[in-house]
Design a protein. Sequence first.
Length: 413
Amino acid sequence: MAERLLYLTELVGLKVRDRRGRTIGRIRDAALVPLIDPSRVDRFLVGGGWAWLTVRHEHVETIALDGLRLREEILTPYHDDEYMLRVVRDLLDQQIIDAQGRKVVRVTDITFEIRSAGGHDELHILEVDIGLRSVFRRLFQGVLPPRWIRRLQAPIPPHSIPWQFCNIVEPDPQRRLRLNITNELLEKMHPADLADIVEELGPEEREAIIASIDSEVAAEALSEVEPEIQTSILEALEPEKAAEIVEEMAPDEAADLLGELAEAKTEEIFEEMETEPKAEVRELLEFAEDTAGGLMDTRFVALHESATVADAFAALRGNEELLETLNTLFLIDGEERLVGAVPLGRLFVASASTPLRELAAPTTISVSVSERQKRIVELFDKYNLLTLPVVDEEGKLEGVITADDIISVLRER
């Protein structure tokens, strides 16, 4: 198997021979066309004399350490192509996302596999190399014969990433799409892992990633990113894309983020947002950041005080998007005033006809929208709260503050 591998450090400079064995040039780069095949080298770029020429993969007879031999001597002048991914120019020494390792790494060499296809050889990218072994090959490239380098590198453990698990980081999001490099692996990551990757990248690369992935995934990842990076990313995005992401965020997180942007940028984003989420976020922006109103989330589940367990389950089915973080249901009277709170776990030990007020906690602790952050933290600590309801001057339920919100506050101190 080892004899069917070829490294980029060996490919660059490899002699290209015609059918008679005469050298007609040396390989300077290799190019893929991902839209056609995501791993096969589609053409080889040959520097021979005064011009760069290209050799298509189907015109190659054999590929080996001692050279590349043609079966058809058809060489054409090189013309750059927007759909082309050049390995040396676009991949070597570039940052890539290791989706399995959940980090950003730099490519130091590339491993190809030589495959037989219809009686001739083809070259396919197998792995990108990021470890000491590839650094060793780079150091001795052109100094020692390739076979010597292979023997000397043997004691060094390989460190590489399979090609199918790599995502190329391109500053230009449109180029990423033209190269047809999927973001599926990124979108399957935990938001916190994706946030770590985004924070490791430069500004242009961050924007490219956020702009090209699903808006819901982008919103979850952005919520985990440091505030100053959040702001810089949203400032750089087109208003339409920024609005899509903000709409997917929790209203309180969206308000915090938009509150840090320039007023003109915030208004541009508001113009692109749907009416309902826009109204919620605008309302939250009116509260001072260090008050209960500034901390609260306006998404909660509240039922009339006469509701039953069966009514509660029906309400939960209608709010599936909240189930991941929901732990308390609230009871309100006919004037929408808060009258009780029911821990979610109690629903599962009661019959469907049980009135919710029988399951409500003995006392309901709440705060007004103007309550200060310091007092709110004290309440969470004193009563070991998971959720704290927020009411207006008339006692109407306006929102909830969760333990996650308090953790975020404490982290910022």
